[in-house]
Structure formats: structure tokens, C-alpha cells
Design a protein around this ligand. Structure first.
Ligand SMILES: [Zn+2]
Length: 367
């Protein structure tokens, strides 16, 4: 393939703004590499944070001053190296975000559990991302989409793999207390999800799919969120003060926080039932809330677990695609409705500089 140029959305990490620029279109650089034509990229809070210049942990690849943005992507294989097995031109693929460093976890496919922060992440730290017309990747970091009819909703695989990991940890980390109800179902178990953005919606859906009774809270509502909650059987509460006061006094067996707001997290911990789990996925900065002795005592006396989680490994991406296939049948139109807007690369810079009110998932169409 001849060298030519390709369009990409670039940022200078640490500086405000992004630009659509021409970059050199690479050709296959090894027998295990794959040329992928980008179909869709998702925009998430991390992307908006990088473009705002305020995110502190982002940095460009070694020897470069700028970074191609984007870590949520769906693409089509255009060309494969001679040693690539299991992928051929025309296949849909999802690229993995985090790439291993040298620690034990990284060397064994578990860079999501990296022990010394020596990994890089496409579009975030130390590696160019996927907001470009084409990208080259090694086949081992590409997840084949087994069901081509998923089309653009498969762009939700990357955010969903984080949720698949948390659900897996939750089910494996119980105290030994019976999780199920007297009839063997999970219908007597109440789960709270704080925040009903794309991540909160996917968390609520995975627990609901397994039969838990799910309540979600959000700072505002709109017809799309209400429709998703109704179709999936999730109770949606307005947390107008955005401090968790809406669920004070209720008790939950499991709580997932996607807000990262300390007051919401503390109110959540106080709402844990016996043998309860508090799962932290959201992050924020700037605000402080004191941890008091009563909360520590409560966590001890009630056998409660609190854990945080980030990223996911290859199996979590694969399982995320299985859930998307299942949900397409189980909840027709729900995943499609989460994609509330779609733009061209030329118009994406607006969406990257501010989140529109009521937007759930915004994607860029590169086709
Ligand atoms: Zn590592």
C-alpha cells in the first residue's frame, strides 16, 4: 500500500483544544499487523477532559508532542499481515485501549491490573488513539465482532468491558453469605447505580439482566433516559441535589458509584445492607468529604466490601460483545437510543469541547 495522508483528530496533551489534521497513513509494519479503516469512534468524558487541557495524566507517544485522540472505536479490517490468523478484510474489530508494560500482570495479558503503571493507553497516555480514518494495530489487540449485524452499537464494547469486569469481580468477591433469594433468583436483592450516563446505564442493565432489582439515580432526566429505564425495568430517581440525598434511608445489597462525587459515595456506603458491596468506578477531583468512625464501624459490623476498578482484559471485551448481541434481542432499540448524536470528524470538535445537555453517547462517523 502506498503512503498517503489520512485525517485524524489531534491534541497537545496539557493544552486546551483539538484539531482535525492530516497525518501520514502508515502501511503494514509487520507480519502480525492489521490495517483498520475506522467506522465509528465514541466520545467519552476522558476525551472531553483531555481536550479541556485539565486532565493531568494524559501524555503523547515518546518523541512526539501531540496525540491522536480516541479510545472507543469500531473499525473494518482492510488489510492483514501474512501471519495474522482469524481476521480477514471486511471483519469488524474493536481495538483494545490499554497496552502492556513489563510487570507480571502486563506480561500475562492482565494489563488492566498493571502493578507499576508501566502501560500505555491508546488516545490517552503514550499511544496514538483511533480518531483517525485509518489505524495500524497488532492483531492480538483487536477483538473481532462475531455478529456483523451489531453494526454501530458495537462501538459501546469499550465502555461496556469495564462494567463486565466489575460485575465479574462482584460475583467472585462475596463474603460467603448466600447471594440468592429463597427461590434461587436475585429478585430480593436491591442494587443502586448512582449516575445514569452511558456507564451508569450499562451497569444498571448488566445487573438487571442477571435478575437483580435495580434503582438508578441521576441529576436530571429526559425522555431517552426515561424510556431506557422503562424498557429495561430499572427504577430511575432524580437526585437533583447531586449529593445522594434521594436514596438516604434506603438499603441496598450492592451499590455502584459512577459519579466519583465524595458525598454520593459516603451516602452510598451508609446505605449498604449487611454483606453489601460498594463498587467505585467514577472519579472526580477537587471536593472533600471526611470519613467518620461510624462509617468504619458500620463497614466492619455489616461485613461490607468496598472496591474500585478500572479497565478490563481481553475476555471482558469478548463478553461485552456477547451482552450487546443479547441486548439487541432482549431490549430492542435500547442500545441504539443511547447513541443520542452522531457527527462527522469535521464537526466533532464542537462535541469534544463541551458535553451537550441530555446527551448520552456521542459518536463520530468516519465512513
Ligand atoms: Zn504493568
Amino acid at each position: 500500500m502506498e503512503l498517503s495522508s489520512t485525517k485524524a483528530i489531534k491534541v497537545k496533551p496539557g493544552e486546551k483544544g483539538a484539531a482535525l489534521a492530516d497525518i501520514e497513513k502508515e502501511s503494514l509494519n509487520g507480519s502480525g499487523s492489521v490495517l483498520v479503516k475506522t467506522d465509528y469512534t465514541g466520545i467519552c468524558g476522558t476525551d472531553v477532559g483531555i481536550v479541556s487541557g485539565k486532565l493531568t495524566f494524559t501524555y503523547p507517544p515518546k518523541g512526539k508532542s501531540d496525540l491522536v485522540l480516541g479510545h472507543e472505536a469500531l473499525g473494518t479490517v482492510e488489510e492483514v499481515g501474512s501471519n495474522v490468523k482469524g481476521l480477514e478484510p471486511g471483519d469488524y474489530v474493536i481495538p483494545m485501549v490499554r497496552r502492556p508494560g513489563g510487570c507480571l500482570q502486563c506480561r500475562t495479558g492482565r494489563q488492566d491490573l498493571c502493578e507499576d503503571a508501566d502501560f500505555v493507553e491508546a488516545g490517552i497516555r503514550g499511544k496514538d488513539g483511533f480518531m483517525s480514518e485509518y489505524f495500524i494495530d497488532e492483531s492480538r489487540y483487536l477483538i473481532k465482532v462475531p455478529d456483523k449485524s451489531l453494526s454501530r452499537i458495537a462501538v459501546l464494547t469499550e465502555p461496556l468491558k469495564n462494567i463486565v469486569k466489575v460485575y465479574r469481580i462482584y460475583r467472585h468477591s462475596n463474603t460467603g453469605a448466600l447471594e440468592h433469594c429463597s427461590d434461587g433468583s436475585f429478585e430480593c436483592r436491591n442494587v443502586l447505580v448512582t449516575g445514569f450516563g452511558p456507564i451508569g446505564i450499562l451497569f444498571a442493565m448488566i445487573f438487571r439482566t442477571h435478575g437483580f432489582m435495580v434503582t438508578a439515580t441521576n441529576g436530571h432526566t429526559d425522555p431517552v433516559r426515561e424510556s431506557i429505564a422503562k424498557k429495561t425495568g430499572i427504577e430511575l430517581l432524580m437526585d437533583e441535589k447531586r449529593d445522594g440525598s434521594v436514596f438516604t434511608g434506603k438499603k441496598f445489597n450492592a451499590i455502584i458509584d459512577t459519579t466519583g462525587v465524595p458525598s454520593v459515595v459516603i451516602n452510598g456506603i451508609k446505605s449498604l445492607n449487611h454483606n453489601g458491596s460498594m463498587m467505585l468506578f467514577g472519579t472526580s477531583s477537587g471536593t472533600a468529604t471526611a470519613l467518620d468512625a461510624d462509617i468504619i464501624t458500620m463497614l466492619v459490623e455489616k461485613n461490607c466490601t468496598v472496591f474500585g476498578s478500572v479497565d478490563g482484559f481481553k475476555q471482558d471485551y469478548i463478553m461485552a460483545l456477547r451482552y450487546i448481541s443479547m441486548w439487541k434481542e432482549m431490549y430492542p432499540g435500547v442500545l441504539e437510543s443511547m447513541i443520542t448524536s452522531e457527527t462527522t470528524p469535521e464537526h466533532a470538535l464542537n462535541s469534544l469541547s463541551s458535553k451537550q445537555h441530555g446527551d448520552i453517547k456521542h459518536i463520530i462517523n468516519w465512513k
